[in-house]
Ligand binder design. Structure first.
Ligand SMILES: NC(=O)c1ccc[n+]([C@@H]2O[C@H](COP(=O)([O-])OP(=O)(O)OC[C@H]3O[C@@H](n4cnc5c(N)ncnc54)[C@H](O)[C@@H]3O)[C@@H](O)[C@H]2O)c1
Length: 319
């Protein structure tokens, strides 16, 4: 099958490309390298079954050709990372709303099945845990830029579902929770690569807020496996799925674990959110998915434990 991945030179996209090539598919990547890197796809770059376009999804003429000539689309291109979102509010909204509109409209025109990579940020400040796919969403003021990511991804979901209901475009929506692994960069606000790099350099490991906020981390391989299963199961069309891990850890405990596994002499330093991000910054305290829908519909499983993921990332950064 010919499969298009937008954002295919990104962290998750590069693993997805490898997985689809391994399964014998022809993969087409489009990526403007805004947060992605060519080095992410170095090991597959010369594969005869790979075609790479370093370009933007805003290039409608190119996108039309790519969508027309593929059978499935995984739409991953997006503005990503809390740091990046806070620093680039216009690019965030344009990429995540206008960019997705282009892809979804073209997918509809040529009736190509599309996977939309959504996010756990979508649940916002809701405290009714664990989050199920039809849980309520609670956001802060529009003055707080971080919410623009969740809002823009919510618009993507509305758009995709609207095309499914009204025009019968086959769509699958995956709400990804914190996904980690080698190749992820800490540059745009991702916590694990940042902690690992700080620990390896014996610099202070900087925890934002009081560190009592918690997250659940899943291995990129498990997440990609879930995405591909959802995309290829007929009953998942027109549905939303949580994908990630439901094993919770506080950010302070994560910092302690990274320090221990790296045998680092770093101290753990708490930094107020206002210094780390912006005035009035809001974080969500906990974020735990209910994974029963994905487990039931495609047998979704989390295989890699957190310590193994961290060891793999530490080895990657040591190199
Ligand atoms: N990593 C996570 O924990 C996580 C969690 C929830 C959702 N997601 C979603 O998964 C997807 C992939 O995220 P990731 O973690 O791999 O981040 P990433 O930044 O590595 O990947 C996004 C890719 O999109 C590309 N891109 C951005 N704008 C583009 C444009 N206009 N044209 C072409 N390419 C463009 C970037 O260069 C990058 O390679 C995103 O949609 C993100 O919202 C990720």
């Amino acid at each position: 099958m010919k499969i298009l991945i937008t954002g295919g030179a990104g962290f998750i996209g590069s693993y997805l490309a490898e997985d689809l090539l391994d399964k014998g598919h022809f993969v087409i990547i489009i990526d403007n390298l805004s947060t992605g890197r060519l080095s992410n796809i170095r090991q597959i770059y010369r594969d005869d079954n790979l075609e790479v376009h370093i370009d933007t999804i805003f290039n409608k003429r190119l996108m039309k050709d790519l969508v027309k000539n593929c059978e499935q689309i995984y739409h991953l291109a997006a503005a990503v990372g809390v740091r990046f979102i806070v620093d680039n509010p216009v690019q965030t909204l344009e990429t995540n709303i206008y960019g997705t509109e282009i892809i979804v409209q073209l997918a509809n025109k040529y009736k190509k099945k599309i996977f939309i990579a959504s996010t756990s940020e979508l649940y916002g400040k809701s405290e009714s845990l664990p989050f199920t796919e039809d849980s309520d969403r609670i956001y802060g003021s529009t003055n707080i830029r971080r919410w623009s990511y969740a809002e823009s991804k919510a618009i993507d979901e509305f758009l995709a579902l609207a095309y499914w209901h009204e025009r019968k475009l086959p769509v699958v929506i995956g709400r990804l929770f914190n996904t980690i692994g080698p190749r992820q960069t800490g540059q745009y606000g991702m916590v694990v690569p940042r902690f690992v790099q700080q620990a390896l350099l014996n610099h202070p490991i900087t925890v934002y807020g009081d560190g009592k906020q918690s997250r659940c981390f899943a291995h990129v391989g498990d997440v990609v496996d879930g995405m591909v299963k959802l995309m290829n199961e007929e009953k998942c069309v027109g549905q939303i799925y949580n994908i990630g891990s439901d094993r919770e850890i506080t950010i302070f405990d994560l910092a302690k674990k990274v320090k221990k596994l790296t045998k680092s002499s770093s101290r753990i330093k708490l930094i107020p959110y206002i210094e780390a991000y912006e005035e009035g910054f809001e974080d969500m305290e906990r974020r735990v998915p209910d994974l029963s829908k994905a487990k039931q519909d495609v047998g979704y499983k989390i295989k890699v434990p957190l310590d193994d993921m961290l060891k793999e990332i530490i080895e990657y950064y040591k190199k």
